[in-house]
Design a protein around this ligand. Structure first.
Ligand code: SF4
Length: 250
């Protein structure tokens, strides 16, 4: 992963990913620069809680970094925007996405995002040539959202929903896997699941991915749900007509 201020190692991998196969990571943000401070974040507490979009990294240098890996003929399924912060805080992601598309060699692009910035039209426009977007939606209401994601004061569940809905409407051909991180005791009650179902209906993702704690998060009190608990939640969403996958290790 990209380290703080290390402009030479923004591209890392490819790494084997459970969900994405051989994933070449692109991490453009300085360490823990994010619009969220999620309690489950495996990178630890957010040190720069911000919604400021800017050129944290010289994106124009990334295509050559990707080309250098591609030239080695290692198998790559996805170029994935991830790292230790929120990728959409970086301006100019289209420079990288469009470059990968123009390579025309079967490599796809994927964005892992907390979706906080998707309400901005200019962010959605930069992403129009993506192959796959994986937005997070961990709170079924504002209270849960704030408990789990501890966002910047400018970030709300309502705005996050607005962004996801707009993105889906504008770019229906881009695959969307909506990720929900289950925190037992906060977002897994019958009432929460009912509210989630209503939110999913508004967005209309291709798939719901249920995740849970794998490694230590930013706090130490999160309980790892039992497999049966996750299956029960998956059944609930499946019965409501959604395609659901459990991606956590439980
Ligand atoms: S959005 Fe991602 S990087 Fe940011 S705090 Fe949450 S898990 Fe960590």
């Amino acid at each position: 992963m990209a380290t703080q201020q290390d402009f030479k190692t923004a591209v890392f991998g490819p790494l084997k990913s459970r969900r994405l196969g051989n994933s070449l990571g692109v991490g453009l943000l300085p360490y823990k620069t994010c619009s969220h401070d999620c309690i489950y974040c495996e990178c630890g507490a957010t040190t720069c809680l911000t919604t400021e979009r800017k050129n944290y990294y010289p994106v124009e240098t990334i295509p050559a970094q990707i080309d250098a890996v591609v030239a080695k003929n290692v198998p790559i399924d996805y170029v994935t925007f991830s790292g230790m912060g929120e990728p959409t805080l970086q301006c100019g992601l289209h420079v990288i996405i469009d470059h990968v598309k123009n390579l025309n060699c079967g490599i796809k692009t994927c964005l892992l995002t907390n979706a906080s910035e998707l309400y901005r039209q200019e962010v959605r426009a930069e992403l129009k040539n993506l192959d796959l977007i994986v937005p997070s939606l961990d709170g079924s209401n504002e209270e849960e959202f704030r408990q789990i994601n501890r966002p910047h004061p400018d970030v709300t569940l309502a705005k996050t929903m607005e962004g996801c809905i707009a993105f889906r409407k504008e770019y229906p051909a881009i695959a969307m896997w909506l990720e929900v991180f289950i925190v037992p005791g906060i977002n897994d009650s019958p009432a929460s699941l009912e509210r989630f179902t209503a939110l999913f209906r508004q967005i209309g993702p291709d798939k719901i991915q249920l995740n849970s704690l794998d490694r230590r998060g930013a706090v130490d009190w999160i309980r790892v749900p039992a497999r049966e608990e996750m299956e029960k939640i998956a059944d609930c969403f499946q019965n409501a007509g959604f395609c659901v996958e459990i991606v956590g290790k439980v």
